[in-house]
Each structure stands twice: as structure tokens, then as C-alpha cells.
Design a protein around this ligand. Structure first.
Ligand SMILES: NC(=O)c1ccc[n+]([C@@H]2O[C@H](COP(=O)([O-])OP(=O)(O)OC[C@H]3O[C@@H](n4cnc5c(N)ncnc54)[C@H](O)[C@@H]3O)[C@@H](O)[C@H]2O)c1
Length: 296
């Protein structure tokens, strides 16, 4: 099976390429290398350094038949999206270009990296796929816009899609991924532990949660990628959450890592970030039912 992976030199994309190749898939990667890393590009994959907003160059990658596209490429920092909207608009433009190429070249299936950010401020403790989608940051709006455009293309052109809404992804699949400019909590904690940062800043401790810090649902990278491999086999078009179904506050996460790694993680309490919901926790019932998946 021939799979085109966008963002395949990034954190999740490179893990997916590794697992796909181990499973016998033939992989072509597109990445603009804005955050991708040379050493993460799999030796057995065909690689194209292309920005998805460059439609003319993108077309050249469709000189062969693909059975599916897994679309990871995109900028992903919710905070940054509230300071630099034009950068995050590129996520939408790139997705439209990719869909146009799909239609022109009759690629039957797309699996899209969406995010829990599409839900915005949760109305209930556990979020299922029917929860209202009211994003509170431009990144989340962009993911929702991409999902809806994919759904329209699917209606019009008979494409099959799986929009996967990830919660917070953590862990490694043996690639020792290191984010050079992390905006996510785990790699920032790693920097603090390694002495590359003095402390962790917790953005707000006055949220309506058990200890005042934000609750997130942390899903392991290997589990997350495996769901994509299962989604390649799905015949229907679906929107599916990927999370563990359990939530942890930032302070609980810090304590857990301190205990497990026998370290101290210095932290300071900072201001809330605009667009940060108090709690995000997935219902993963649909993933279990449709993909026969459960986090290990
Ligand atoms: N990491 C998470 O916790 C998380 C949570 C929810 C959703 N997601 C989504 O998953 C996807 C992958 O995330 P990641 O953590 O691997 O991020 P990442 O930044 O490590 O990987 C994204 C890759 O896409 C490439 N890219 C960005 N814009 C591009 C463009 N216009 N054209 C071509 N390549 C481009 C980057 O160079 C990078 O290699 C993203 O779409 C992200 O929004 C991630």
C-alpha cells in the first residue's frame, strides 16, 4: 500500500513513517522542514522538501498512485496562533491544496491530524465527538475549518476521510525526538530536567479544577500512531477522538514525573494564556468501537 505522509519529518509524522514502514507500507514524505528534522527522515521513504502552500510543486509529488494520505503537516502552537494568524492560515491553505491534488489524482482516502482544540471550552467533563465545536484559539478554528473542508470534499468527490482529534500527545517510539523550540509541556519539562531551562511556567493556577491548574488528557505516541494504521483499514468516513479518557492536572503531571524519574522540577505560576480551556478529557468510546483500538 502506497501512503503519502505530510509532515513526516516532524514529531508524530516521523513516528508514523517508522511504524508504517515496519508494517510493510511504502511511504512518500512531504515536509517543508520548518520544524522537521533531517535525521528523522526515514531512509526507506521517498522524501520531498515541499511547502503545502506551494501548489505547483506539490502537484509533482502526485506523479505516482497513492492509496491514502496521512496529513500531519501543520503549525501546532495554539498560543502562537493568537499572535500570528497568517502563519496558521497556511494550515488551511495547505490542506485545500492537498485535497485538490487528491481529487485530481483520485486518491481515495485521507487521514487528518485534527485536535481537541476544535472543542474549545468543554461543556462536560468528558468530551465525545458530538460535543459542540467552539474553538477558543485560531489554531483550533483552523483545524475545524480543515475538517469541514475535508467533509465537503468527501461529499462532493466521494473521498473517504478519518478526522482524528488528538488530545495531548506524549512519548517517543525510539527516535529520541527532541523539539528544539518546544511549546508543549512534556518537552519543556525535559529541558528543565536537563538544565536547559531554569523552571517550568504553569500558565494559571486559578482554573476551576482540583488544584487550579489545567487538566489535559495525555496520549502515548505509539498508541496514537497505531490508531492511524487502523484508520487506513476503515471503510467509512468518521470523526474520532484519540485520548486515554483520563485527565491529569499540570501539577499532578509534574508530581508524577518527579516521582517516576526521581527528580525535582522547579516551576513558577504565570498568567493564564488566552485561549486555554480549563479541562480537556476525551471519550474514546468511538475509537474503541470503530477502530477496535484502545490505548496500551
Ligand atoms: N503534538 C500534539 O500534541 C498534537 C496534538 C493535536 C494535534 N496535533 C497535530 O498533529 C500534527 C503533527 O504534530 P507534531 O506534534 O508532529 O508537530 P511537528 O511540528 O513536529 O510536525 C509537523 C511537521 O509539519 C511540517 N510542516 C508544517 N507546515 C508545513 C507546510 N505548510 N508544508 C509542509 N510541511 C509543513 C513541519 O516542518 C513539521 O515537520 C499537526 O498537524 C498538529 O497540529 C498535534
Amino acid at each position: 500500500m502506497n501512503v503519502l505522509v505530510t509532515g513526516g519529518a516532524g514529531y508524530i509524522g516521523s513516528a508514523a513513517v517508522k511504524m508504517l514502514i515496519e508494517d510493510g507500507y511504502t511511504v512518500t514524505i512531504i515536509d517543508n522542514m520548518s520544524k522537521g528534522q533531517e535525521r528523522l527522515i526515514h531512509q526507506e521513504a521517498e522524501f520531498h522538501k515541499i511547502d503545502l502552500t506551494d501548489k505547483e510543486t506539490l502537484k509533482s509529488v502526485f506523479n505516482k498512485k497513492y492509496d491514502a494520505i496521512i496529513h500531519f503537516a501543520g503549525y501546532k502552537a495554539a498560543g502562537e496562533s493568537m499572535r500570528n494568524a497568517p502563519k496558521y492560515s497556511q494550515n488551511i491553505v495547505g490542506t485545500i491544496n492537498l485535497l485538490d491534488c487528491m481529487v485530481e489524482n483520485k486518491v481515495p482516502k485521507i487521514i487528518f491530524s485534527s485536535s481537541a482544540a476544535v472543542y474549545g471550552e468543554p461543556e462536560r467533563g468528558t468530551i465525545d465527538e458530538n460535543h459542540p465545536t467552539v474553538p477558543v484559539n485560531y489554531y483550533g478554528f483552523g483545524k475545524l475549518a480543515c475538517e469541514q473542508i475535508i467533509e465537503w470534499y468527501a461529499k462532493i468527490h466521494a473521498i473517504n476521510f478519518v478526522n482524528l482529534r488528538y488530545f495531548n500527545v506524549i512519548g517517543d517510539v525510539g527516535l529520541q525526538y527532541k523539539d528544539p523550540a518546544p511549546e508543549n509541556i512534556l518537552p519543556i519539562i525535559d529541558q528543565v530536567i536537563n538544565g536547559e531551562r531554569e523552571h517550568l511556567t504553569i500558565f494559571g493556577d486559578d482554573y476551576p479544577t482540583r488544584d487550579g491548574t489545567c487538566i489535559r488528557d495525555y496520549i502515548e505516541l505509539r498508541d496514537l500512531v497505531y490508531a492511524h494504521i487502523l484508520a487506513l483499514q476503515l471503510n467509512s468516513s468518521e470523526i474520532i477522538n484519540l485520548g486515554t479518557g483520563t485527565g491529569m492536572t499540570v501539577l499532578e503531571l509534574i508530581k508524577k514525573i518527579e516521582t517516576e524519574r526521581n527528580v525535582t522540577i522547579p516551576y513558577k505560576i504565570g498568567q493564564r494564556r488566552p485561549g486555554d480551556p480549563a479541562a480537556l478529557k476525551a471519550s474514546n468510546e468511538k475509537a474503541k468501537k470503530m477502530l477496535h483500538w484502545s490505548p496500551q
